[in-house]
Structure formats: C-alpha cells, structure tokens
Design a protein around this ligand. Sequence first.
Ligand SMILES: [Fe+2]
Length: 393
Amino acid sequence: MNFGLILWYAILIIILVLLILYFYIRFKASVIFFVDKDKFFPLPDFIIKLVCAFLFLPFLFFSYKWIFYFGMFVIFQMLFDLVVMTFFANSKKRWFHILYHIFAVPLILTAVFFVLGYVNTQNITRKEYNVPSEKEVLAVSDASSTFTTYEEGSSKLVMLADLHYPKTMNEEKLKEVVDRINEEDADIIVLCGDMTDEDTSKEKMLECIRVLGELDAKLGVFFVWGNHDDNRYNSAPTYEKAEVYEAYKNNGIYVLEDEAVLFGNGILLVGRKDYSDESGRKSMEELLKDASVKTGRSLEELYENVIVVADHEPKEYEQDKAAGCDIVISGHTHDGQIWPLGLFSTLFKMNDLTYGMKQDEGLTQIVTSGLGTWAFPVRTAGRCEYVVINIGE
Ligand SMILES: [Fe+2]
C-alpha cells in the first residue's frame, strides 16, 4: 500500500468519525425530544451508536451507491442544520421542532432530488451542431451494398455515447430511441463508448448490442470503446471484452479500435482506443500513418478529407490539433450528471471540455452529455441526448 493511499484512507476515516459523531448527537437529540430520557436510556443510546456506525460503515468500502443515496441525505441534512442554526436557532414553535426532529426537510429534499433526477433521465433530447468546412464534403444520396451515390450538400453524422445500459431504460425504450435515430437518415452513426455499465449482466449487454444493431446509417454504424464497456471495474465480471467485440461484430456494428475508415463522401473517421486503456493506444500521427498505408493514399491526400476523431474521453485535444484533425467527438463527462460535479470537472481540468461545442485553432470539439447515466438513473445536471452533426457546406 503506498503512502498516498494510506493518507486517503486516514482522511476518509477522520471524515467518517466526524460524521458518525455529528449524526449520533443529532439522532440522540431527536430521540430525547420524543421519548422520556430517564426511562429509555441507556439502551436507545447504544442503539443510536449502532445505527450511526452501520449507516456510515459502507462508506469505508467505497460502496458508491450507498455513498450516493445516503450521502445526498447527509448533505441536505447538514445544509438544513446550518440554515436552522443561522436563522431559526431561537424558534419556540412546537411544529417547527417536530419537523426538525423527524428530519422532514432533508428527507423531502432528498426525495425531490431523486424523483426530478429520475424524470430528467427519461426525456431524451436531440442536440444539433453545424460544422462548416472548407474541405469538400458530400451528402450520400443513395447507398446500397454494391453502389453508393453522392450529391452536393453536407454529411450527417449521429453520435451516441454513455448509454450505460440498462441504467435508464429497458429494451422497449431503447428500441424507441433506435427508431427515432433511424428517422434521422444519418450517413454515419458513431457509438462513442460506455454503451454498457460495469455491473451490466451478460444478458443485458447482449440485449443492448442486439438492439443497437438495428441502427441504420448509409455508410455504417461504428463503435469506439469507453472506459466501462470492457467491464473492467467489476470485481466479478460475467463477460470478457472479446465477447463485447463479438457481439458488436455479429450485429453489424464495426468496432474501431485505433483504426480509421475513409468514406467516399470526404470524411476520414478515426476511432481511438479509450484514453485509459492499459494496453496503451497509438498516437494520432501513428493512426494517420496507418490510415495512409491502409487506404493507399498519401498523407496529403488524406488531409483533403475532413478528419473526424471519435475518442470517448475528451483529453487529448492538443494532440488532435497538432495532428491536423478537424473534428473530435467525445462523451464520458455526462455534463457532470449530478450537480455540481461538472463544475469540479471544469475547475480541475479533468477533461479538455465538459460539454458542448468549441472551436479552437481549426479543431471543432464536441462533447455530449450522453444518452443515459452512470450507476444510477438520476441526472440533476444536463440532459440525456443524442447528437446530430452536419459536416460541410
Ligand atoms: Fe466514460
């Protein structure tokens, strides 16, 4: 165990002890308010200590679901106590004391927080960006297995990311989303990682990819890995990365793993391995050189195309700019998902961009908030969305 981890555990334990103490004092005051102190103590005192310890014990084992659900109540409770101490410390009204001692306000705030957060995940929005280009891009007028025709216009690329199936939707709802996206009549569809979650069962993983296999785009549907798709955070995984790969392949979705595809309409799509992939990933320069060899075109010829990079985590914009890429599309950030986490992400520069579209030195950067949510079907920051990008003209 390294020094950093020991320090992290020490800080965590100190915070937990303080929280247990705070809640012990708080619960005890509420019990005394409702029951006769002389008759019931010390047994209830022991029970209160036990309850407080058990409420916070899961925090020590990084049980993130418990941290999230109970943690939100803890935050609301402490904020509420702060407000009471500041503005209502001398209140004599009995109804106010009853509300205070049954934890009504923090409980209601926590419930409202989760209900509104859940409702927000059920409304999938459409986000559209126009990215003009000096390079020639064509619209696909018709595509069949043997013959594709092009015409003047722009090319429509649809990006989905961070579905984390089945956190926010079941098979039926996903089919509805797939039907809605198919109505877009896209030229290219890119699944930009994290389509499943770390605790997704094998059955649900296969179900998700089977339904995504119904997506239809004239030039094809492509997938790039996120940091959750390979099940790496699950201590008892029920499937291997190779099985996910096979499922995409068997459902007609091409997995772009440090690989590029050159389309006849003037777009070169580069799909990168995930930034956190421990096997390492190729640099943008290497990927473009590989694409040059694969397509039999010189680098100069490749640069005549709009180079679109699909990279799950928006973390290497400098490299993309240096390599002369035109557009980079990403997910991963969820636009924070739970307010105010997105603000921390921006403040500490955890990602190059947290949400939206930004133009920087010829590179258009687009980050989606994602189709679903991670870990819990709750979103209090941003919207669940799919993204339509019109490239060219
Ligand atoms: Fe991610």
